[in-house]
Design a protein around this ligand. Structure first.
Ligand code: CMP
Ligand code: MG
Ligand code: ZN
Length: 437
């Protein structure tokens, strides 16, 4: 077996940047083998911290060519990385936004923390609420920030808060719903008085990891003010992923958009995370179908427990009678599409003035506006290429923002997925008709 370091050197001599899609696919496959090899070495304790850092940076440079796409294949990354998709995505994005340097995050703490997150995501062996979902939501948040130009509205601290919140947002999920916790009077339900039971746990337990072990404390070098601001944002964003806030959240944002006032930043960031959290029905069919199958299996396992406990089945939890296709059409029509519509309107309201300010001067940068609490230029984020010495830079200029493409991308996927479910539902109905004599 060739050493990963040798492979990395070979690879770095062949810049990825100018490769065609099929060549990138080949490298993606090679990367899969390489990462598997690296993971084995790590498991055997053969890799040093220096190697580890180098290899992570290398993986980041490969990820760079994939991570900016809407239907990013997080499952392939997870297979390639030996079940470490969250580690690779989180590391890549914190590097990309220069968060590691800006907030002086010790790399060893970052690795320990994200590995601990991964362990927590695996605690209940959930088919859906696992580290792959966390990686998926984190990557989706990144896509939304970057491609819609929202990144230009945010400070580095706010970007850090968004990525951090996405990474921890379902930490130690039990694979059951809040209502199941409440009905079974679980310790967590009692602890949090039946309110946003799991969401409270996700943030609290993630912060406890940082607090109880300095070796994991990625927030160690933050100033008091930064620490507080980040925490306030993270708590608000993760609590707002509770689906019982959904309709209120959408209604409040719609109202907000009718008003002339500036949009409340924590509310805007919360909606962005919530949208990423329910975004799989707006991804390509393969992704969406796989996520749906996993989620339904998780719901059915809860149904099995409910049957054992003599409780009534929760919605979508009875494996014998749940109409999967219909449930998905309902989820798309009543939840996903309206959410994406409001998010898109919100982003247009936020980013359009930034584009207008930037365009007449033709400058790459743009002046600050008094609207919307835009931070001072010195605080506003800049997006670098990866920190992995590749020196590449992203096309993240405000003039590259293209709402039309963003809108049509998610709209088309939602439409195609709805049609596929409709076709499946029709088949199901026919089958019933034929068997029902
Ligand atoms: P969670 O990821 O904690 O937050 C968003 C929730 O939306 C998710 O848990 C599920 O409970 C729910 N959800 C996501 N996708 C679907 C879907 N396709 N069908 C029904 N519910 C979903
Ligand atoms: Mg959740
Ligand atoms: Zn989630």
């Amino acid at each position: 077996m060739e050493s990963p370091t040798k492979e990395i050197e070979d690879f770095e001599n062949n810049s990825l940047k100018y490769l065609q899609a099929d060549q990138i696919e080949k490298i993606w496959l090679r990367l899969r083998g390489l990462l598997r090899c690296l993971v084995k070495q790590l498991e055997r304790g053969e890799a040093s911290v220096v190697d580890l850092k180098k290899n992570l940076e290398y993986a980041a440079s490969v990820l760079e060519s994939h991570v900016d796409t809407w239907s990013f294949d997080v499952f392939t990354l997870n297979d390639a990385s030996g079940d470490h998709a969250l580690k690779f995505i989180f590391y890549e994005l914190l590097t990309r936004y220069d968060i590691i340097n800006r907030f002086k995050i010790p790399v060893s703490a970052l690795v320990s923390f994200v590995e601990a997150l991964e362990v927590g995501y695996g605690k209940h062996r959930n088919p859906y609420h696992n580290l792959i979902h966390a990686a998926d939501v984190t990557q989706t948040v990144h896509y939304l920030l970057l491609k819609t130009g929202m990144v230009h509205w945010l400070t580095e601290l706010e970007i850090f808060a968004m990525l951090f919140a996405a990474a921890v947002h379902d930490y130690e999920h039990t694979g059951t719903t809040n209502n199941f916790h409440i009905q079974t009077r679980s310790d967590t339900a009692i602890l949090y008085n039946d309110r946003a039971v799991q969401e409270n746990h996700h943030v609290s337990a993630a912060y406890r990891l940082l607090q109880e072990d300095d070796e994991m404390n990625i927030l160690y070098n933050l100033s008091k003010d930064d620490w507080r601001e980040l925490r306030a944002l993270v708590v608000e964003m993760v609590l707002a992923t509770d689906m019982s806030c959904h309709f209120q959240q959408i209604k409040a944002m719609k109202n907000f958009l009718q008003q002339p006032e500036a949009i409340d930043k924590p509310k805007a960031l919360s909606l962005l995370l919530h949208t990423a959290d329910i975004s799989h029905p707006a991804k390509n069919w393969n992704m969406h179908h796989r996520w749906t199958t996993s989620l339904l299996e998780e719901f059915f396992r809860q149904g099995d427990k409910e049957a054992e406990l003599g409780l009534p089945f929760s919605p979508l939890c009875d494996r014998k009678s749940t109409m999967v296709a219909q449930s998905q059409i309902g989820f798309i029509d009543f939840i996903v599409e309206p959410t994406f519509t409001v998010l898109t309107d919100m982003i247009e309201k936020i980013v359009t003035p930034l584009i207008e300010e930037a365009s007449p001067s033709g400058l790459a940068g743009f002046r600050r506006s008094s609207l919307n609490n835009i931070p001072s230029d010195s605080k506003r984020s800049t997006v670098r290429g990866t920190g992995s010495e590749s020196g590449t830079s992203l096309n993240c200029s405000i003039s590259a923002v293209d709402f039309k493409t963003f809108k049509s991308t998610w709209n088309e996927e939602v439409h195609k997925n709805r049609e596929k479910w409709k076709a499946q539902a029709a088949k199901g109905i026919n089958a019933n008709i034929y068997t029902c004599t």
